[in-house]
Design a protein around this ligand. Structure first.
Ligand code: PLP
Length: 443
């Protein structure tokens, strides 16, 4: 094997799939076998593969200006145009954008900007961040500590103590309910837990709460009705900012522009990456409101600069990729398309899998979904050792479908937004055969 340290990979494993080329929603391995990319790469290739408009826009930008940094008084047209365009789209007043290269670094940027802002306004003690059990926010030092998945914390000495991170309940009724608790009782209990935690910690020491509107890597958790309304009421009551991590849910994935729209969240901060450029070039954005930005200006008089930035912050080709991606979303009404095909996919998933003996829960919204694979449909007991998910992924591959098992036994779907209803049918037919054979193999 080549001397590569493969990310998020079992380093003892020797089996690999070598992907060679791709087109539309399909990828092909080096043997020429075709697969539907049912997870849009890593929840990111919204416009599919081989989009010539995007390739041309990036090539044109690279030809004209292959690099220009944005430190110390330099700017360029693509970064300005992108910020102006995004400003018209986001539900944040007078928004400002810091550009980076990944969802992780964008969350680290937010983490640091929150400290910067609260220091600037003379509230240095307001620095703790609330995250949720099962949340995934990336793998850099701050983002990795905000993540709650055990594999991302183990052996990294994370979470880092000095980062002052608090964890609250995962809003997943199916796996988190107690006894005969109703969904409404579950919501009330976990919101009450949150409020008690805030009071015990002292609200004046808590800056923000980070949340994925609908989670991805923890198994596509769609919080119950009423959860976000009650959650936001508590956060507002104690002056805690709402930080929406839209790295997966941003730009049409949930059948609306943002996951915040779908789930009724009014964010103060937003994080974008992935579908911002349909993964044609790495780019992320940390979005803050104007009132926060204005307070971050004054320290430059004392320090000389706002001392945060990446070499590739606002890389011209990345901005060109994002601008073209946003243009295509708008021109082709792709958010409406995702809503319509997403409704269809959700209905078909429920039709095909609700009664399946291996499936405990079918969940999702728009073009993101998951099947919870269980060993006992009545009790919801999971398949030990994540074996259901691992077997199902392998069986899908045999059927020519790439999916991911997340959080052990959640089989996740997140196809490119350009997928058609006929392609959804094909994807689910392959998934059904794979889940059937997994069920037989586990018997
Ligand atoms: N936040 C969320 C919600 C994510 O799903 C991810 C990645 O999957 C990240 C942050 C981290 O993004 P990246 O892998 O680009 O660092």
């Amino acid at each position: 094997m080549a001397p590569v340290i493969y990310p998020t990979t079992n380093l003892t494993a020797t089996e690999q799939m070598c992907i060679d080329h791709a087109q539309g929603i399909y990828v092909y391995d080096t043997d020429g076998k075709e697969y539907i990319e049912g997870l849009a790469g890593l929840w990111c290739t919204s416009l599919g593969y081989g989009n010539t408009e995007l390739i041309e826009a990036i090539t044109e930008q690279l030809t004209k200006l292959s690099f220009s940094h944005t430190f110390g008084g330099k700017t360029h047209a693509p970064i300005q145009e992108l910020a102006e365009k995004l400003k018209t789209m986001v539900p944040i007043e007078d928004a400002y954008f810091f550009f980076g290269n990944s969802g992780s670094d964008a969350n680290d940027t937010h983490y640091k900007m929150l400290r910067y802002y609260f220091n600037a306004i003379g509230k240095p003690e307001k620095r703790k961040i609330i995250t949720r059990e099962r949340g995934y926010h990336g793998v850099t030092v701050a983002a990795g500590s905000l993540t709650s998945l055990p594999a991302n914390l183990a052996h990294f000495d994370a979470p880092v103590e000095a980062l002052h991170i608090l964890r609250s309940d995962a809003p997943h009724y199916y796996t988190g309910r107690k006894g005969n608790e109703t969904e409404a009782q579950f919501v009330d209990r976990i919101i009450d837990n949150l409020e008690q935690q805030i009071i015990a910690e002292d609200p004046d020491t808590i800056a923000a709460m980070i949340m994925e509107p609908i989670t991805g890597a923890s198994g596509v958790i769609v919080p119950p009705e009423g959860y976000y309304e009650k959650l936001q009421a508590v956060l507002r009551k104690y002056g805690i900012l709402v930080w929406a991590d839209e790295v997966i849910t941003g730009f049409g994935r949930t059948g609306a522009d943002f996951g915040c729209t779908t789930m009724g969240i009014k964010p103060d901060l937003m994080t974008f990456a992935k579908q911002l450029s349909s993964a044609y070039f790495p780019i992320s954005a940390s979005v803050i409101p104007g009132w926060m930005y204005k307070e971050m200006v004054a320290p430059s008089n004392e320090v000389g600069v706002f001392g945060h930035g990446y070499t590739y912050s606002g890389h011209p080709a990345a901005c060109a990729a994002a601008l073209k991606t946003l243009e295509i979303y708008e021109r082709d009404n792709l958010f409406d398309h995702a809503a319509e095909v997403g409704d269809y996919m959700q209905a078909q998933l429920r039709e095909i899998f609700t009664d399946h003996p291996l499936v405990g829960e079918v969940r999702g919204k728009g073009l993101i979904a998951a099947l919870e694979l269980v060993s006992n449909k009545t009790t919801g007991a999971t398949v030990p050792g994540g074996k259901g998910g691992a077997l199902a992924v392998k069986a899908c591959q045999d059927e020519g479908l790439i999916l991911r098992a997340v959080a052990g036994n959640a089989l996740a779907f997140c196809p490119p937004l350009i997928i058609t209803k006929a392609e959804v049918d094909d994807m689910l037919k392959r998934a059904k055969s794979a889940v059937d054979s997994t069920y037989e193999a586990l018997k």
